[in-house]
Design a protein around this ligand. Structure first.
Ligand code: B12
Length: 347
């Protein structure tokens, strides 16, 4: 039990509170973080505000600090683990008897961002839903088995990284075939969730609060036109996915020839370069799957920023894109997407 603070906080100044909470996360002060949030709760701040504004706001800052190379991956992991613990502590203090339907919440196959869905789970519980929270990386067939065993009214599917969109599509299709409507969410579904409908989801919400509102009324939505998601994953996509290993290894070899600095790389640098190459191919595949160049160009812009923050010159990424493009000259859509990425780096 936390001891209520003797001195009530003067006001709910969210920016200052995020700074204070972020400091505790950065110092790895788990007890301090739990205490801070439970005190705020006991002072009357609604748990929804603490989850979304404070924990969510701080996690967004954690992401920015990691991207800017100010925080290591380890520090980010430690901070996220504390945020999870704080969320659990808050959830343990709030109890709402379910009176709406039952919802299953899962991250799609290969999707490891469980915390945003955990926030969604707690927000829906507070709104009276019975929640089955399945967490990160749920393979489609296991999700469907779970649906048959539990019979939920809705599945909430999360995709935070666009490379998981083909798996998200498979999961959405399987859930709907099992007769359960799907609400999709997470930044992987693109600006305004525009790929969610394309992949056949019945609804999309930008965040947990919107999902709470969306599910509280007019649910289930009208079934949408199945033709909308009929065309996906053409020949170019299939080629890129099938040849993924060779595309990456050839690109790595050619990179060493065209960008001699790589020869001086240590093992850690080589591993992260190979990881970047894999990302190029995976984001390209996702862009081809949904037929949206922006998935690829957004990825290039983001990677450029992240690499520059780590002192990698922009030319390295351009050479990486060119080596993949050289292997795909018979594939016009892929070639055009890679060209758009290269063009962005030249601007
Ligand atoms: C923590 C974290 C991780 C952790 C996740 C651990 C965990 N237990 O969750 C780990 C280390 C696993 C991770 C890995 C990666 N991550 Co990460 N991660 C983050 C970070 C810092 C915080 C995530 C978070 O909790 N956010 C807080 C919540 C509140 O954010 P939110 O998006 O607003 O959440 C709302 C919505 O997303 C929505 N929502 C989410 N799901 C759903 C589902 C439904 C149905 C609905 C309705 C709504 C909904 O509701 C949420 C609540 O309101 C973010 C930064 C960020 N800005 O989010 C990066 C971030 C998401 N990660 C990023 C990246 C690139 C990666 C990696 C590829 C890194 C790498 N090189 O390996 C891998 C990919 C792993 C994978 N395949 O999934 C990038 C994504 C950039 C992009 N191009 O889109 C980000 C944005 C970091 C950055 N600033 O660049 N990551």
């Amino acid at each position: 039990m936390s001891v209520p603070s003797a001195v009530p906080r003067r006001s709910y100044d969210i920016a200052a509170l995020i700074d204070e909470f972020l400091q505790l996360l950065g110092e790895g002060d788990e007890y301090g973080a739990v205490e801070m949030v439970t005190e705020l709760y006991e002072e009357g701040v609604p748990p929804q505000r603490l989850m979304i504004d404070l924990i969510g706001g701080a996690q967004t800052r954690v992401g920015e600090l990691w991207a800017a190379n100010e925080w290591t991956v380890a520090r980010e992991h430690a901070a996220t683990a504390i945020s999870e613990r704080v969320l659990a502590a808050l959830a343990a203090r709030t109890n709402v008897r379910p009176y709406r339907g039952r919802v299953t919440i899962a991250c799609v196959d290969g999707e490891w961002h469980a915390l945003p869905t955990r926030m969604l789970a707690e927000m829906l519980r507070l709104d009276g839903w019975r929640v089955d929270f399945l967490g990160a990386n749920v393979p489609g067939p296991h999700l469907v088995t779970h649906l048959h065993q539990t019979g939920p009214d809705v599945v909430a599917l999360s995709c935070m990284i666009a490379t998981r969109l083909p798996r998200a599509h498979a999961a959405i299709t399987a859930c709907k075939a099992a007769g359960v409507p799907v609400i999709a969410g997470g930044r992987g579904f693109g600006p305004g969730g525009r790929y969610a409908q394309h992949l056949g989801a019945d609804a999309w919400a930008a965040g947990a609060e919107e999902a709470v509102r969306r599910l509280a009324r007019n649910w289930p939505p009208h079934n949408q036109d199945p033709q909308l998601s009929a065309y996906l994953g053409d020949e170019e996509y299939t080629y890129v996915v099938r040849h993924r290993p060779v595309l990456i290894s050839t690109a790595m070899r050619q990179l060493t020839d065209t960008y001699p600095a790589v020869r001086e790389y240590n093992q850690r640098q080589l591993d992260s370069t190979a990881e970047d190459m894999a990302h190029i191919v995976d984001f390209l595949a996702a862009a081809l799957y949904v037929n949206e160049t922006q998935i690829f160009t957004d990825f290039v812009a983001w990677t450029d920023e992240v690499l520059q923050a780590r002192g990698v010159p922009p030319v390295a990424l351009r050479v990486g894109l060119e080596t993949v493009r050289a292997q795909l000259h018979d594939y016009p859509t892929a070639g055009a997407m890679l060209a758009a990425g290269i063009q962005l780096l030249n601007e």
